[in-house]
Design a protein around this ligand. Structure first.
Ligand code: SF4
Length: 750
């Protein structure tokens, strides 16, 4: 007898609502939920494979504990005893910074990943925090922090109402969107064109998104900041810069104009390989469109000037009069956002409050660069102790960070490591304890992070579609117990973690004059919370304190968990609306257009005007059926065009003697890999492309399917030294590489 259950898809940032078919406890089918208020029935091949992802036989079912050098199945009690003993020994001897925390991308796709890592980091008081953000979007956080005073205040393009969209380094037809949550992103782009709007794509590859565009500009990788600076320059020069009603909330407009004076279209044309006339046209189109937005993503972030490019994305939108305006780029308002405070000056955003021990990289948003993790473990200096123990949550940095070989060795040298991971993968195989969360069907879901980036305000929550299998532990309980084990409270009831957070949050809310619960008794408020678990009570609290909440009775029609549960397909909260100046937390209370760190980095961009790399450079590639390193073990999501091949332009292939399908050797600063060539004019001459997340050929993993077609680890070509200095983000695109056919190399040696 089959039944259906609703589940928000956790497999990418689009957060589609799914209707799962369930037989017994097994998910046997998935289709788009047509009644979902946001996704309206959209589903992609990953979502359709939800059942296969969920039922992967290689998922771990019980904890593993290393004994006599071998990972063996253990009880949860044994596992947490080992975690507490391993972590506390290091903390008590060497201090909290000697325990590193690594958070991987899937954290953002689970409730546990949103609710417990902040408590873990605060409780442990370690400054050795590394996350996937510094191999991805940290430049955007830093630019938002500097512009708006809040690293999480990220404006998103108003996809459904804009008349003109300029996409830079983004390929949403494959990624389904990132830092812009939009189910059916491809359909929304097609709708833009159908209503007479225009789409311009800037990308060194002719991606599926680029093929949809009215104009595709095959820029030289890594030069987006120069192109954007020239667009901004042109807007000023041709008197097209008009921030409109926002002008009253800006600081530094004149200084910005002066700072960009050198970046004329003619000056940047050679470096970008985009002619000056085209750059002027881009600026004029942006200014002339009734509404327009600029959207930059991974290709514009993972480059040497990632923060400047991210800053200029917003600057160009703003100068063209489209920031915080319907049809332009707007700040979403999520249901679990904190109670909005009145507009006014804030504390601002600080960079470099501490530095990494070995290379002195400044922290950004409380994080050190993931690129520096290996050296923070394997290098002894006079500055403090190395990282001696590691907590990895849904993280596989051996594949996602530069120079996996070095990190692989460094992890092996750790005194203690615990991984929260469903797989024994290239990273968790080093752990002393592996704590496996249940499959997604057995977990509740609410998108705390992605709703703050959604193109429409809405709220949805799904309870577990399938009961927790016997012997499993809920991911939220695993994380709560991990917090207790790491902070010296092992053995305490894990509910204490949620109770503590609830007590602290309500205790603070009642002291805030703008809060709907100002002056009330926090214990009386806590007693009102509903939900069948600690995480549900926390969700109820956040909804009720949030911008649409019932304020614990102050606004009787407002949101509560009970009300959300009564709407299983979600509640639509309306289109995005203008919000400035309320979200600003800068010291001035204004949008600070030319903050000092940005001004200080512009001379480096000026130097880039002269750069003309003459060799090949490498860029990444995304496939619709993949998401980083964690979906290569599902047969339904691999094969076909989702292969680890090197895209190379026919001209370059001919010049180098590379044949289609033949193996080629790539050499970079960090090492060498060999991959089959795929000769295609979808990449521009001078550029080669290899996807990331592959390289499943290390021993000791339990990834039966992935290890059969392992691919190669593109990050092995990097040595980890190339970073965007403001954000600490790794440079993954525009990386110089040497390419040679393998056969030629062998014959040269013989
Ligand atoms: S687009 Fe993303 S969220 Fe939607 S079904 Fe596909 S993987 Fe899931």
């Amino acid at each position: 007898m089959s039944r259906t259950a609703l589940r928000i898809c956790p497999l990418c940032e689009a957060t589609c609502g799914l209707t799962l078919t369930i037989e017994g406890t097994e998910v046997t089918g998935a289709r788009g939920d047509r009644d979902d208020v946001f996704s309206k029935g959209f589903i992609c091949p990953k979502g359709a494979a939800f059942g296969a992802v969920d039922a992967d036989p290689d998922r771990l079912r019980t904890p593993l504990v290393r004994r006599d050098g071998v990972l063996r199945e253990a009880t949860w009690e044994e596992a947490f005893d080992a975690v507490a003993a391993g972590l506390r020994a290091v903390v008590e001897r060497d201090g909290p910074d000697s325990v590193g925390i690594v958070l991987g991308n899937p954290n953002v796709h689970t409730m546990a990943g949103a609710l417990y890592p902040p408590v873990l980091i605060a409780g442990l008081r370690t400054r050795s925090l590394f996350t996937a953000s510094t191999v991805d979007q940290m430049p955007k956080h830093v630019s938002s922090g500097l512009l708006y005073g809040d690293a999480n205040a990220i404006p998103v393009p108003d996809l459904d109402r804009t008349a003109h969209l300029l996409l830079i380094g983004a390929n949403p037809l494959e990624s389904n969107g990132s830092l812009c949550t939009a189910p059916d992103f491809p359909g929304r782009l097609k709708a833009l064109k159908a209503r007479g709007g225009t789409l311009t794509v800037v990308d060194p590859r002719r991606t599926r998104t680029a093929r949809l565009a009215d104009r595709h500009i095959a820029i030289r990788p890594g030069t987006d900041a120069l192109l954007l600076a020239a667009i901004a320059h042109t807007l000023f020069e041709e008197d097209l810069a008009d921030p409109g009603e926002l002008t009253a909330h800006l600081q530094g407009l004149g200084e910005l104009r002066d700072a960009l004076r050198d970046f004329t279209p003619e000056a940047v044309a050679g470096a970008c390989d985009v002619d000056a006339g085209t750059i002027r046209t881009l600026a004029r189109e942006l200014a002339a469109a009734p509404t327009a937005a600029v959207y930059g993503r991974i290709g514009s972030c993972t480059v040497p000037h990632g923060t400047l490019a991210s800053w200029l994305v917003d600057v160009c939108t703003l100068l063209a009069g489209n920031l915080d305006r319907p049809g332009g780029a707007l700040f979403p308002q999520a249901a679990t956002d904190r109670t909005p405070r009145p507009a006014g000056p804030g504390h601002g955003f600080a960079l470099g409050r501490w530095r990494s021990r070995v290379s002195g990289h400044p922290e950004a948003k409380g994080e050190l660069p993931l690129s520096a993790l290996a050296e923070e473990i394997d290098t002894v200096t006079d500055e403090g102790t190395p990282v001696r123990a590691l907590i990895a949550v849904a993280a596989n940095p051996v594949l996602s960070a530069p120079d996996g070989d070095r990190l692989d060795k460094a992890l092996d040298s750790l005194e203690f490591m615990v991984s929260v991971d469903p797989y024994l993968n290239e990273t968790s195989r080093h752990a002393h304890v592996v704590l496996p969360p249940p499959p997604p069907s057995q977990s509740p879901h609410h998108d705390f992070a992605f709703n703050t980036l959604a193109v429409r305000n809405q709220v949805r929550y799904t309870r577990p579609a399938v009961p927790l299998e016997p012997g499993r532990m809920a991911e939220t309980e695993i994380m709560a117990r991990l917090v207790l084990a790491a902070t010296g409270l092992h053995g305490t009831d894990p509910a204490a973690v949620d109770d503590m957070v609830i007590g602290q949050t309500l205790g603070k809310a009642v002291t805030e004059a703008h809060s709907p619960v100002h002056g009330r008794d926090p214990r009386e408020l806590a007693a009102q919370l509903t939900g069948v678990s600690g995480p549900e009570r926390r969700l109820d609290m956040m909804l009720r304190l949030g911008p649409y909440g019932d304020g614990f009775g102050a606004r009787p029609d407002g949101l509560t968990l009970d009300r959300l549960l009564a709407h299983p397909h979600g509640i639509d909260l309306g289109p995005l609306a203008s919000r400035l100046p309320q979200p600003l937390k800068t010291v001035s209370g204004k949008v600070e257009l030319l903050p000092e760190p940005i001004a200080g980095d512009l001379p480096r961009l000026r130097e880039a005007l002269r750069e003309r790399p003459d060799g090949l450079v490498l860029v990444g590639r995304r496939h619709l059926r993949s998401n980083n390193s964690w979906m290569h073990n599902v047969p339904a999501l691999t094969g076909g065009s989702n292969r680890c091949t090197l895209h190379i332009h026919p001209d370059d292939a001919e010049r180098l003697g590379v044949r289609d399908g033949a193996p080629v050797r790539l050499k970079g600063a960090g090492g060498e890999v060999t991959a089959p060539a795929e000769v295609t004019d979808a990449v521009r001459p001078g550029v080669v492309s290899l996807p990331h997340g592959w390289g499943h050929d290390r021993p000791g993993t339990r990834l039966g399917h992935a290890s059969g077609d392992p691919g190669v680890n593109v990050n092995q070509l990097l040595d980890g030294r190339a970073l965007d200095p403001l954000s600490g983000n790794a440079v993954l695109n525009g990386v110089p590489v040497e390419v040679s056919p393998v056969a030629e190399t062998i014959s040269a040696l013989t």
